[in-house]
Ligand binder design. Structure first.
Ligand code: C2E
Ligand code: MG
Ligand code: MG
Length: 684
């Protein structure tokens, strides 16, 4: 029997027409037998009672012999038909028995649970799979009704589906929960088909149930993972946005319902992560998420007055959109100040130290708040606004909370545009190197240059202060500075060849905070210096005082690695930050660059002059050279020379200019005595 036939064999309702066809033929058989008997009776009567028939000449009267022949023919026909019919019946019965056996075999061995119920829903048959999957014995199943084990919440649905199957003759696929003997719930996928009676009426249902508990569990797990963060199990960005979307929809319908989105960012998390390792970083995030969850629990929300009832208590959703960021949707706000109080409470809760990897860690958070309610605002917009406000909080000094306003939005848009333009500019080579000469104050000789970036945009030149901070935050500064060092390095070599001097011309480049945080900064810079062909001895790396002094231990290591390249190290913008003298002494630094703020005032302000004097003395005591930045007039130059400051940079000598202009400058500077001063030549 083919697979197709065997499947149709178990289809009990499919054999009904065949049986009906044979039963129909049996009626013919009976009719035929009755006809033969009647004819026989009439024949015997006409022969035994000669007056029985009407004696008329027109009627043909059969003789006895004819009667017997006709009867014999009829009986023979009847016998042949009966035998044929009997053979047919036997064949069909054999087929039915075979189908019964197959059905039995399939239902007994099928992993699916097959059940037959009668018209009233009573059990007629349950395949052995029932016992295997649900743990009940046959006797237990017989003693209970099929609906008893169905989950109360699903019962009505199942009964309705069964009723519909009976009415329409077609069952629909259905999922429902059924109790295992051990009390747990299993999920079944079920399809019911109607068993048709001999008259084509409904005799009951055959139900095929499949245990899909494991599949369901996996499906649920996948669905959960798609909407939750793997580490903290909190809703992820997608689910959070969906909830915010719902809150927006509600507030559109009921304008009184207010809500807010809080964007919480852990301050300096990267430092914890880098110093303690990622596993400890994860553990810290997990603890933070647990603390936030506890802090945002409904009953525990927002400090409330005695008169506040639980009905007005704020509801909230905590999510982790990514990294060290958490987002909170605070719903049912009475007043915007509630959201600020939630933020303060979060900060308060985070203030207590965390214990991670046997260390006490204190974290702070910057929080941005955006309020829902504006008509055009979508979920993404709100989250973005809260994030912008959070950045504002960070820039304002961290560990604080800021409420989003429209000025921030405009600022953020401008900044976004700048970022996009900068990426394009980087690709199309719009960043150029400008050089500002560094001059020996005694001889007036150009001894080197500081390389400074300029962005040559279609609208004009953009100055570093307008794009370097953004480039630093986005990381674009790494590419900008790499290019700058390579180009300026090659340029320096050509100038050194054109204008040989002893010592040779030098090149100073600025190191940004982003670069300073790179773990392999020394390797990166070393590689570019090598590619440019410069002698590392001629390179000054300028690190601002603020960066160098921020993390003493790390700075010490990085500066030592850089120094090992053979370059000189300069502390840039000296005087603007806080320098520890002992650190300055320990660090392998060569030069201090006095910030322009002091130089520009030293000729008019006695105190500033004094500060500059102290810086120069201090530098010399530490064995460091001094470069004065921002020298704009001859008075400043004279004062600095008197104080013994050996090098200077400023508009008095030259503004930062392109390489062609520098070439002209170098030519005149080398050809004649200093155009800037008449001081006698001395070695710088
Ligand atoms: P900086 O390293 O302290 O550079 C000196 C700044 O002072 C330059 O500004 C220069 O034009 C300006 N300056 C020099 N002499 C005078 C003067 O006499 N008067 C006035 N008013 N200004 C003077 P610039 O080029 O606008 O650069 C500003 C800052 O941007 C630089 O300060 C530096 O920290 C940063 N920077 C510039 N280019 C780059 C770069 O390629 N990479 C990095 N990481 N930072 C850069
Ligand atoms: Mg500099
Ligand atoms: Mg400077």
């Amino acid at each position: 029997m083919s697979k197709h036939e065997s499947i149709s064999a178990v289809n009990m309702t499919g054999s009904a027409p065949r049986i009906r066809q044979i039963e129909g033929r049996e009626w013919w058989l009976w009719g035929f037998a009755v006809a033969v008997t009647l004819i026989l009776t009439f024949g015997i009567l006409s022969l035994t009672f000669p007056g029985f028939h009407l004696p008329t000449d027109k009627i043909y009267v059969l003789t006895l012999r004819e009667w017997v022949r006709a009867l014999a023919a009829l009986v023979l026909l009847f016998d042949i038909y009966t035998i044929y019919q009997n053979l047919q019946l036997q064949r069909v019965r054999r087929q039915l028995a075979e189908r019964d056996r197959l059905f039995q075999l399939i239902s007994e061995n099928a992993a699916d649970m097959i059940a037959l119920v009668d018209r009233d829903g009573n059990r007629l048959y349950n395949s052995p799979a029932y016992s295997k999957v649900l743990g009940y014995s046959e006797a237990e199943l017989r003693a209970t009704s099929p609906v008893e084990q169905i989950h109360p919440d699903d019962r009505v649905r199942v009964l309705e589906a069964a009723e519909k199957a009976r009415r329409t003759g077609r069952g629909e696929r259905l999922e429902y929960r059924i109790r295992h003997r051990d009390g747990s719930w299993r999920v079944l996928e079920s399809t019911a088909s109607v068993i048709l009676g001999s008259k084509g009426d409904n005799d009951g249902l055959v139900i095929v149930n499949r245990d899909i508990t494991d599949r369901k569990r996996i499906e649920e797990m996948l669905a959960h993972n798609a909407f939750h963060d793997g580490l903290t199990n909190l809703p992820n960005r997608v689910l959070f946005l969906e909830r915010v979307g719902r809150a927006i929809a509600v507030s559109r319908r009921h304008s009184k319902v207010k809500f807010a989105v809080l964007f919480v960012d852990i301050d300096s998390f990267k430092i914890f992560n880098d110093s303690l390792g990622h596993a400890a970083g994860d553990a810290l995030l997990l603890q933070i998420s647990q603390r936030l969850t506890a802090c945002l629990r409904r009953a525990d929300m927002v400090s409330r007055t005695q008169t506040d009832s639980m009905e007005t208590a704020t509801d909230s959703t905590l999510a982790r959109p990514g990294g060290d960021e958490f987002a909170v949707l605070v719903e049912e706000l009475r007043d915007p100040s509630d959201a600020v109080r939630v933020a303060e409470r979060i900060q308060e809760k985070l203030a207590a130290p965390f214990e991670v990897a046997n260390q006490q860690i204190v974290v702070t958070a910057s929080i941005g708040i955006a309020f829902g309610g504006s008509k055009s605002c979508g979920a993404e917009d709100l989250l973005r606004d809260a994030e912008i406000a959070m950045y504002r909080a960070k820039h304002a000094g961290k560990d604080r909370c800021e409420v989003f306003d429209n000025a921030m939005h405009t600022g953020a848009l401008r900044r976004l545009q700048l970022e996009t333009d900068m990426r394009k500019a980087l690709e199309s080579g719009e960043f150029h190197v400008y050089y500002q000469p560094v001059v020996c104050l005694r001889s007036g000789q150009i001894v080197g240059f500081e390389a400074l970036s300029r962005w040559q945009r279609s609208g004009g030149v953009v100055m570093p202060n307008d794009f370097i901070p953004v480039a630093n935050e986005t990381g674009m500064i790494l590419s900008i500075n790499r290019e700058l060092l390579l180009l300026a390095g090659r340029q320096l070599r050509s100038w050194q060849a054109q204008y040989p001097s002893q010592p040779p011309l030098r090149l100073a480049v600025n190191v940004s905070p982003k670069q300073f945080a790179e773990p392999d900064l020394a390797d990166q810079i070393g590689e570019v210096i090598r590619q440019s062909g410069m002698d590392p001895q001629c390179v000054d790396l300028e690190i601002t005082e603020t960066i160098a002094m921020a993390d003493a231990e790390r700075s010490g290591t990085v500066l030592t690695q850089l120094k090992a390249l053979g370059v000189h190290l300069d502390i840039d913008d000296f005087g603007t930050g806080y320098s520890s003298l002992s650190r300055l002494q320990r660090f392998p630094v060569d030069t201090l660059k006095i910030d322009r703020a002091f130089v520009s005032k030293m000729d008019t302000d006695r105190d500033t002059h004094e500060i500059v004097r102290i810086i120069v003395t201090l530098a010399h005591n530490l064995g460091l050279k001094v470069v004065a930045e921002g020298i704009e007039n001859k008075t400043q130059l004279k004062l600095l020379s008197k104080l013994g400051c050996e090098l200077g940079q400023g508009y008095l000598f030259s503004k930062p200019v392109d390489s062609q202009t520098i070439e002209m400058l170098l030519a005149t500077n080398r050809a004649s005595a200093s155009p800037w001063l008449q001081a006698s030549a001395a070695h710088c």
